[in-house]
Design a protein around this ligand. Structure first.
Ligand SMILES: Nc1nc2c(c(=O)[nH]1)N[C@H]1C(S)=C(S)[C@@H](COP(=O)(O)O)O[C@H]1N2
Ligand SMILES: [Mo]
Length: 402
């Protein structure tokens, strides 16, 4: 982005924490490394309920696990992740425009919010999950933001298809990638701007939209107001917030955020749509998310009644949909089927619940394990990679029946 566009945005948001008011929920996974647990605190961003604060500048705040008892994550509890600390304020974003063009487009266009609203509107319920969700649980420990379980959320997003916006400029046969940029930028000029690209095949997919609404209302400021890309099935690194530039290109994007970070060992994780223009022999960009589930209730360390309790949580995958979820009360030795909640579409969280019935007093270890319609199931042991991506090992939640 241009330096000029940033005038007026610096320091425009106050990231004031208010620990006294926010002391209501302070649960962090006991599995997080000691340093993380010591530093993380609940804190309130403008327009948000208390979230778990990992870093302030740039703001990286995760959703408390209790929010995942339901399949839709409320906007006020939706996690916030930025790479760069220079975030445009709402005043700057009011004059927002989207530039569309590139060397593989027939023409250029500048679209306003009204132009986006005038295109056919599509709704998709989809999980937005940071590639680094659960990084803090990686063994051995890896550097980066030490996310626990809450660098994710599921919302109903609404806006025009990216393909409809690209049709305004005409995509030529030489198109290889679609390059994306947003209005936030680095504080120091030597820090690389956050730029990403998509292969043209995913960019043109029906489910990919430019969202201007989230759960029936405008996007929260820190979740990309006024418009962000929604790339269902792919990790959130491609979900460009405050999106201001889209270029259809005949060349692979040369960006630090594709070449140096957000990569996984080649072939480690299953993908339906490889990002061939950015693959090399040893590593691939991280793209599709992995099948996973999360127990949101009970949480670690709880005392539970002998009359039994409900195991509740959500399951999701990269777009095949959830076939079934199993629950274990003995740390994964034996499994039983959970009941599935409403099907909100193949890219959404699928709620699940399991009623334990009467239980003998003593310790229990609760786990959940999801299987997708593609027959994929959660990994038994961590597929270790240096950035701690795609951790889908079932939780081991120790509780006590009293
Ligand atoms: N403009 C912009 N968009 C961005 C990012 C960013 O730093 N700047 N981070 C990406 C990453 S890595 C994630 S995980 C998601 C986080 O989305 P959220 O903050 O709405 O939860 O935004 C993506 N889009
Ligand atoms: Mo991310």
């Amino acid at each position: 982005m241009k330096r000029r566009e940033l005038l007026g945005s610096i320091g425009a948001i106050a990231l004031a924490g208010n620990p006294a008011a926010d002391a209501d929920e302070t649960w962090l996974s006991p599995l997080l490394p000691d340093g993380t647990r010591a530093e993380a605190r609940f804190s309130r961003l403008p327009g948000k309920k208390p979230l778990i604060r990992l870093t302030d500048r740039p703001p990286n705040f995760e959703t408390p696990i209790q929010a995942f008892r339901a399949a839709i994550t409320p906007n006020e509890q939706f996690f916030v992740r930025y790479h760069l600390a220079n975030i445009p304020g709402m005043d700057v974003l009011k004059g927002w425009q989207l530039k569309v063009g590139g060397d593989a487009a027939e023409r250029q266009a500048t679209l306003s919010l009204a132009d986006l609203d005038a295109l056919p509107q599509v709704e998709v319920t989809a999980v937005c999950q940071c590639s680094g969700n659960r990084r803090g649980l990686s063994v051995p420990h890896v550097p980066g933001v030490q996310w626990g379980y809450g660098a994710m959320g599921c919302a109903t997003w609404r806006g025009p298809r990216l393909s409809a916006v690209l049709a305004r400029v005409g995509v030529t046969p030489s198109a290889l990638e679609v390059w994306l940029d947003g209005l936030d930028g680095p504080v120091l000029p030597q820090t690389p701007d956050f730029r990403k690209s998509l292969p043209i095949s995913k960019a043109m997919a029906n489910e990919v939209i430019i969202a201007t609404a989230m759960n029936g209302t405008q996007l929260p400021h820190l979740n990309g107001f006024p418009a962000r890309l929604v790339v269902p099935g792919w990790t959130a690194t491609y979900w460009m917030k405050h999106i201001t530039s889209i270029e259809v290109s005949s060349k692979p994007l040369d960006s630090y955020w594709i070449h140096k970070s957000y990569r996984v060992p080649a072939g480690m994780f299953a993908v339906d749509m490889p990002f061939v223009t950015q693959n090399d022999d040893k590593t691939w960009p991280i793209t599709e998310i992995v099948v996973n589930s999360l127990v949101a209730d009970p949480i670690e360390g709880t005392l539970l009644p002998a009359a039994g309790f409900n195991v509740q949580g959500v399951a999701w995958d990269r777009g095949h949909g959830i076939k079934h979820v199993e629950v274990s009360l003995d740390g994964g030795k034996s499994w039983q089927q959970a009941a599935l909640g409403a099907d909100l579409g193949p890219f959404a969280f699928r709620a699940f619940s399991f009623a334990t019935g009467n239980l003998p007093p003593g310790p229990l270890v609760v786990s959940s394990r999801a299987t997708s319609n593609a027959g994929e199931t959660q990994a038994e042991t961590l597929k270790f990679n240096p950035a701690g991506y795609n951790n889908n090992v079932p939780q081991q939640i120790a509780v006590t029946v009293a």
